[in-house]
Design a protein around this ligand. Sequence first.
Ligand code: SF4
Length: 360
Amino acid sequence: MRHLGTACFIVLSYLTGQRPGETLSLRSGCCPDPGAGRPLIYGHVFKTARDEDGNHLSRGQMREVPWVAIPPAMRAVRVLERMVPADSLLFGATAHDFPHHRTYHAALNRPTMNRRIEDFISWASALALRLGRPHEVIPDDPHGAIGTERFRRTLAWHIARRPGGLVALAIQYGHMRTAVSAGYAARSRDGIHDLLDIETARATADTLATLHADLDAGGGVSGPAARRAIHAAAQAPSFAGSVRSTRQARAILRNPTLAVHDNPHTFLMCVYNRDKALCHRLGTSDTPTLDRCVSACANIARTDRHAAQLRAEAEHLEKQAASEMVPEPLADRLRHRADNLRDLADQHHRNRIANQETTT
Ligand code: SF4
């Protein structure tokens, strides 16, 4: 039960972008049934909580601005609601003191949760070994204990860099950007936007620095946006390693000639130009919707790295298709996809342009 409570903290903290203290002070009933809409998680306010007659409410009141959550976060709330008494703190220290049930009047604190996260990691890794699943052991972290603080930053990192990746089963980071930001929209000082901006600008800087180095080493770029990508890469040395503040991040994000986003999930680079973007036909946006990338878009560029990844993925799919375990119709689909990926890699090699060719 202790580890289950910790797992719920991890899910909530990681998938909402809440600060540790905000998660630890959630109460049962904080996530009403959303019906057909998105789940919303309401934090509580205590200091300013008043009933209709103006009397102070010591048990607090739901705050007006909720976090927009995704279903796993709502499920974590539901699990916690079964672990604690009705109308109480989801991380109430008494309810979470499983061996002794000593009485406390507050939620678990951060040092306690830090320890529980480390214990959870040890337990999960031991379980993985016991079940013969060594690949699921959680590796040691070179930066030390995970703690409660890193989840938000990690979420921002993934939203910025893995838009088509998977956060938990089938949840896409592209969707998470909308969901997480929406919860913060009315609270500009709450900081997730700043984190997202910094991580997005760093991702752009890294993408351009890599492209610049690859081009210098004789690499090539193909696709309708190849020349724009090469011009953007030429500016990389001027800001490499410089994204430390929100101000620096916004300067990069505001510069339309630097709007280059790697999209590893689709083996391409989006050299974003709003007028040409096919991923959001309705309305306009300053950022591409990378998880809905359209293969005919004029903003696409591919590098030699992407071509190599395409071939590696094609090989992987063909191996899967050759397995006796895979039924024939599925094997056909895998082979078809492998052929398409290989075609894209061939196209890249036929059409690639390199640095010198753009200046002649
Ligand atoms: S559809 Fe175009 S603009 Fe949208 S992510 Fe893909 S390449 Fe970028």
